[in-house]
Design a binder for this molecule. Structure first.
Ligand code: HEM
Length: 440
């Protein structure tokens, strides 16, 4: 059996200040020094296996997925705030709900959401003040939240309750990141009542959603939005989802679906603002669409726009780590994976691995235009892979292309920023992306 290189708990402790700020440079140094897979000892967590090895990633997520479950980062730490829905549950509970929810995200069904999504996007983009510098990351955050909100609650008047829910989601996420980065202070967060306060906030979020669901049911109307699809979905025995489960699934769609999309859009727009020639080509491609009358199918043909988004998610994958834990002893490429091993798959590092990408740190959307995506799926994982792959990936892709279309056809964008600072939280965010929007 192979023996893995190891980073000691002392080394982690000595670097704890910079790890807390941004763990990625520390991980990168270790990958460069120790190879594509190594172990780290973390106080309070024990030994954790880190990997950017393409084959190991594939085995854990796909070929040997039966030997792995999500770690307690998702199934306990995150679940205590957002409940046990698709993202955070395991086993039969997860399978039953995936079977119910997945059809709502099928491209055929999503087509029915086209105008809802587009109207939500156009309404949010009205907030752009032309010829003024604006933080596009905050704007994309609100936009992506509204797109999920409107796709779920198309008929309700949701601005006020949704801004309360957005605040709760974001505050709880900040708490969770403190728990994850400083597991040795968790006892204090519990004892001081901080965790309890955030769990109460999550309950308030559930009440907000419950009121909106009640409103829908009492209206007696069919809206053909995501909420209707979830209300009508049935288990194999024909029963409907209990209310608490439905609320948790909705809470999870907000959590999983808004920030990830906002991050990817903010990075894509940043790269666009830095490259005049690319922006010109993108405008040309987008101008081929009928002005306000394009369809879902037209969007699928925008290969440069799509490639710009893919390349931004390569360099800055919103889900920059995927966590798993071995639930049974197993072996991967001569490596003994003991039951209980926590595995962190660094999608960030794999997406910049020089074995797979030429000029890995450069933003080159053209590489995706001619790429064989089947081949790339061995080392490109923005939406994960295997049975737990993102259920909202088509939703996100269409949403992101639509946003790019609506922005680039109306504005020329530029920035004074020389580089974008990253902020790796639960997802990989930019600190800010200040852009100037000039009407075309
Ligand atoms: C650019 C945007 C997005 C990215 C990069 C992204 C990424 C991911 C990734 C990597 C996973 C798998 C996590 C794992 O295996 O541990 C995942 C799962 C999930 N995503 Fe997304 N996501 C995005 C947008 C969305 C949207 C828009 C929705 C819904 C509206 C959504 C809902 C979910 C759900 C429910 C899961 C859990 C699926 C399951 O375990 O069955 N995501 N996402």
């Amino acid at each position: 059996m192979k023996k893995l290189p190891h980073v000691s708990a002392l080394k982690v402790l000595l670097n704890s200040k910079r790890i807390l700020k941004n763990p990625l440079p520390f991980h990168h140094e270790n990958f460069e020094k120790l190879g594509d897979t190594f172990r780290i000892s973390i106080l309070g967590e024990g030994k954790v296996l880190f990997s950017r090895d393409a084959d190991l990633v594939k085995q854990v997520l796909q070929k040997k997925h039966r030997y792995y479950s999500k770690s307690k980062l998702q199934t306990k730490d995150l679940a205590k705030y957002i409940g046990y829905g698709l993202l955070t549950s395991e086993g039969e509970h997860w399978r039953a709900h995936r079977r119910m929810i997945q059809p709502a995200f099928h491209v055929k069904k999503l087509k029915g959401l086209f105008s809802i999504m587009r109207n939500a996007i156009v309404a949010e983009l009205e907030r752009i003040v032309p010829s003024t510098e604006q933080d596009v990351f905050a704007l994309m955050g609100d936009l992506a939240f509204q797109v999920v909100a409107k796709s779920l609650f198309s008929s309700n008047d949701i601005r006020e309750p949704m801004s309360r829910l957005q605040h709760i989601t974001e505050e709880n996420q900040k708490m969770l990141i403190r728990e994850m980065r400083q597991p040795y202070f968790k006892w204090w967060y519990k004892a001081s009542g901080e965790i309890g306060e955030h769990m109460d906030m999550a309950e308030t979020g559930r009440d907000i959603l419950n009121d909106l669901i009640e409103e829908r049911l009492s209206s007696g109307k069919e809206e053909h939005d995501l909420l209707d699809m979830l209300l009508n979905a049935t288990y194999e025995d024909g029963a409907k989802m209990p209310r608490r489960q439905l609320i948790d699934e909705v809470l999870i769609l907000f959590t999983a679906g808004h920030e990830t999309t906002a991050n990817a859009l903010a990075f894509t727009l940043y790269f666009m603002s830095k490259d005049e020639e690319l922006q010109r080509k993108l405008f040309e491609e987008i101008s081929s669409l009928e002005k306000d009358n394009y369809t879902w199918e037209d969007l699928s043909k925008l290969s440069l726009t799509t490639s710009c988004i893919k390349e931004a998610m390569r360099l800055y994958p919103p889900a920059y780590f995927i966590d798993r834990v071995a639930i049974e002893d197993n072996e991967i490429d001569g490596l003994h994976m003991k039951k209980g091993t926590l595995v962190l798959l660094s999608i960030f590092e794999l997406h910049r691995h020089k074995d797979f990408w030429e000029n890995p740190t450069e933003y080159i959307p053209d590489r995706f235009v001619a790429m064989n995506m089947k081949e790339a799926s061995n080392y490109y994982y923005p939406f994960g892979a295997g049975p737990r792959m993102c259920v909202g990936n088509a939703f996100a892709n269409y949403e992101m292309v639509m946003v790019m279309v609506e922005i680039i056809k109306k504005y020329h964008i530029s920035t004074k920023m020389s580089r974008v600072e990253i902020n790796p939280m639960i997802s990989l965010k930019p600190k800010e992306v200040k852009l100037n929007f000039v009407l075309r």
